[in-house]
Every structure is written in C-alpha cells, then in structure tokens.
Design a protein around this ligand. Structure first.
Ligand SMILES: NC(=O)c1ccc[n+]([C@@H]2O[C@H](COP(=O)([O-])OP(=O)(O)OC[C@H]3O[C@@H](n4cnc5c(N)ncnc54)[C@H](O)[C@@H]3O)[C@@H](O)[C@H]2O)c1
Length: 426
C-alpha cells in the first residue's frame, strides 16, 4: 500500500494527507472544491491549525503530496468528507455517497477504502454493499472497506493524529487488518481492531458522553439560578466530594461534533437513547436560559438607573474558547436573541475571528477593551484567554455576568481554579 488518496481536504483530511506523506506514502489529496485545491497546492491554505502551513510546504517541496480535483488511482482511499445534520436531525450522508460514487470509477483489486467521517451505525456496511454492487469486486477478498473514526482535537491535530489510540473497524476481519496497515506507519497510539459497527458506535458514544456530562452541568446551573445561587459555587463545592466531578456550566454546546453526533444515534435508535435525547434537549435549551438571565439583569439595571436602554457588551462568539470556529455556536444564539430586544444596545467582541466574517449580523463588533469601556453590563459567553486576565476592579461601576465559567464571581475563583483549566476547553 504505497499510493494514498485522501478524499476531502478539510480539518481532518488535509492534516492526515500531510502526515501520511511525511511518513513515506505517496499522497494525492482530492477535493471537489477547486479553490481549496488551488490554495493547498500553493501552500497557502485557508484552514487554521498549528503547524499546518509549515508541514504542507515541506511535503509540497518533497513532491510526495499534491492536491487535485481529478480522482487519481490509488491503493488506499481515505474518506474525510463532511457529515452534517440533516433537516430531520439525522446524518446528511450525501457527501459520503457522492464520494463513494466518485471512487467507484477507480477501484481495482487489492484497494482499501477507509471512512474517517463520523457516520451513523451501519453506514460502512451500506457503503461496502454499494461498492460491491457497482464494481463487482468482492468485499474482504478483492477490495477492503473499514471505518476509522477521527478523534482529533482542533489546535492539537498533528500531535493527536500520531499519539491518539485508534479504533479500526472493518466490514470483515481482512478489511480491518488492511486498514490497520495504513495507520501502523505513523500512529503511535494503540490500534483497536474491531468491526465497522463497533467503530461507528464507539465514536458516536464518545461525543454523546461529553454531551451528557455537559447537560448535567447545565441542569445544575438552571437549578442554582432558579434558587438565586451562583452556579459556579454550587459546582465547585459539589466537586469537593471525592467522587463528584461536574463540568463547568457554559452558555450551551456547539461545534460540528458534540452538538451533532448524538443525533446520529438518536435517529437510528429512537427508543434506546432516552438519556442522549434528554441531554441534547437540555443543552439546546441552555442559550435561551442564558438570554432570560441577561434580560432579567437588564430590566433590573434599567429600573435601578431609571433608563430605557441598557448597553450590553458580549465577550466571545465562537463555539469554544481560543478557536476561530463559529459553527453551531450557542453564543451566536444568545447574541441573536439579545439583538432583537428593544431595551438593549448590543456590542460584541470576538478577538479570534476576523471582523468581516461576523460584522453587522447581531450588533456592533468592537475590540473588547472598547466594548467594556462603553457598556453598562458585560457578559462573558466564551472563556477566551484574552478575557481571563481582565481587571474587574478597574470597572467596578459595571455589572459583570459570567456564562463562560471564567470564575469572575469572587467567592468561586479559588474554588474553581483547580478544575477550571481542564474543564473549560471541552
Ligand atoms: N474537524 C474535526 O475536528 C473533526 C474531528 C473528528 C471527526 N470529524 C469528522 O470528519 C469529517 C470531516 O470533517 P472536517 O471538519 O474535516 O470537514 P471540512 O468541512 O473541514 O472538510 C471537508 C472537505 O470535504 C470536501 N468534500 C465534500 N464532498 C466531497 C466529495 N464528494 N469529494 C471530495 N471532497 C469533498 C469539502 O470540499 C471540504 O474541503 C466529518 O464527518 C466530521 O464530523 C471532524
């Protein structure tokens, strides 16, 4: 297995292609997006990930990697195309099926197809049947099909591609072994050789587990807020119990994984996923609860200050701290709802995203120092590093609300400190 073709040059596919090229494979990246292909070939790619540009330039120079919009021949095809949520809250598999229909034209005896995209249970077997029917090649004998879900953490992708343990699930055991032989060259973490369905279930279980853990934190926050307690203090003291570890509540769950993947299980097993459904709903309700909390504080402020309009400044819009990714961000839902309020003059700061990508959608975008200076109420929605060192004492005339877990509430700062760094980044 020497020639590799990576199908889909996004956050997952491009680093995988680069790493494979750095480990001696001859790699071609295939994408339907001509602009992405053009940029990849010039080394000036529009994806943000540490080491990406430097490593890309090295493999381009070494001539063992290039990108194309014409599918090449290969011994192994790695599929890393999007699997977004469909309108019915299931998986939109159109990109996966379209990729299968393209590679079918090139498949030959001995080839391997590995699905890295996150997919519902049963999808790998379905794709294998499709390939067998269309090519006449026998699965497990002539061609080999497996699912190897990606578990990387954006901002640590190259480190994790090498060091994470991987689950390799073949349609047959021969498929599993063939797929494993691709990863053995560059993965240092253990390879767990399983079936395709096992691998599919495992990946979706991992993200559902995170979703459930976050939902617990949000449930606790709602109860604490209802009773007038500081949710962070409740969590911090509960976590003093030696066997309790509640996550830090935030303004919701976003991104393209945790907010989406549990639905793939719920959709396939609607009667066996009550906990996952409940967690999804709990987390989806969180932005609206945060909005209600802010509205109440705004009303109180207007009464206390005999004003009709309160200037509110929101800190952060991305779906998690210290990234530039706005996909499914709960902070955006909060911003949209507040923007519609007549008694709120809204400004927002998001130091990690270029202004043009978000300007004028939900209010005035300003640098956070300016926003804080001019606001009556400041609300933290995302715990970016830039906000952790703010000097609240300097602005003691302002009201500060924390839905990001920055630990602003003086009492909780010390209590939270221990867990904060580990938990905030989820
Ligand atoms: N980004 C992550 O951190 C992460 C982590 C784990 C799993 N995943 C999963 O990996 C998969 C890919 O995610 P991503 O973030 O890399 O997506 P992405 O949107 O960044 O990239 C996908 C690429 O696939 C291309 N594409 C779409 N259809 C194609 C086709 N038929 N043929 C060739 N190229 C095609 C797109 O043009 C795009 O460049 C998804 O299933 C996602 O859930 C992502």
């Amino acid at each position: 297995m020497e020639k590799i073709c990576v199908v889909g040059l996004g956050y997952v596919g491009l680093p995988t292609a680069i790493l494979a090229a750095q480990h001696g494979y001859h790699v071609t990246g295939f994408d339907i997006n001509t602009e992405r292909v053009r940029r990849v070939n010039t080394g000036n790619v529009d994806l943000t990930e540490p080491e990406l540009k430097e490593r890309l330039k090295l493999v381009l120079k070494g001539k063992n990697f290039s990108a194309t919009t014409i599918l090449p021949e290969a011994d192994c095809f790695i599929i890393a195309v999007p699997t977004p949520l469909s309108k019915q809250n299931g998986a939109d598999l159109s990109f996966v099926f379209s990729a299968m229909n393209i590679i079918v034209q090139r498949l030959k005896v001995g080839d391997t197809v590995i699905l890295e995209s996150t997919i519902p249970v049963g999808t790998t077997d379905l794709c294998a049947q499709m390939l067998e029917q269309k090519t006449g090649l026998k699965i497990g004998k002539d061609i080999f099909v497996a699912h190897c879900p990606e578990r990387v953490w954006p901002s640590k992708v190259f480190e994790e591609l090498v060091n994470n343990e991987r689950i390799i699930g073949g349609v047959t055991s021969a498929c599993t072994k063939k797929a494993a032989s691709f990863y053995q060259k560059f993965v240092k973490g253990a390879l767990h050789l399983k079936s395709a369905k096992f691998a599919e279930l495992l990946k979706l279980t991992e993200n559902s587990a995170i979703d459930v853990a976050v939902a617990l934190a949000h449930q606790v926050a709602v109860l604490a807020e209802e009773l007038g307690f500081d949710p962070y203090e409740v969590v911090a003291i509960a976590n003093k119990h030696p066997r309790v570890k509640i996550l830090i509540p935030r303004c919701g769950v976003g991104g393209h994984c945790v907010a989406i993947d549990p639905w793939f299980l719920i959709n396939t097993f609607p009667h066996k996923t009550r906990l996952f459904q409940s967690a999804r709903l709990t987390n989806d309700e969180r932005p609206a609860q945060v909005v209600k909390n802010i509205e109440k504080k705004v009303q109180d402020w207007c009464v206390d200050n005999e004003k009709n309009i309160c200037r509110v400044h929101l800190l952060g819009l991305t779906y998690k701290p210290n990234v530039d990714d706005l996909r499914e961000s709960p902070a955006i839902k909060v911003a949209e709802a507040l923007f519609a309020q007549k008694n709120i003059s809204l400004s927002i700061s998001e130091p990690n995203v270029e202004q043009e990508r978000i300007a004028h959608k939900f209010g005035t975008m300003v640098p956070f120092e300016v926003g804080i200076e001019k606001a009556d109420i400041i609300v933290a929605l995302v715990a970016h590093n830039q906000f952790k060192t703010l000097d609240l004492e300097k602005y003691s005339d302002k009201k500060w609300l924390d839905f990001a877990g920055l630990g602003w509430q003086q009492k909780t700062i010390n209590l939270c400190k221990k867990n904060q760094e580990a938990l905030l980044n989820l």
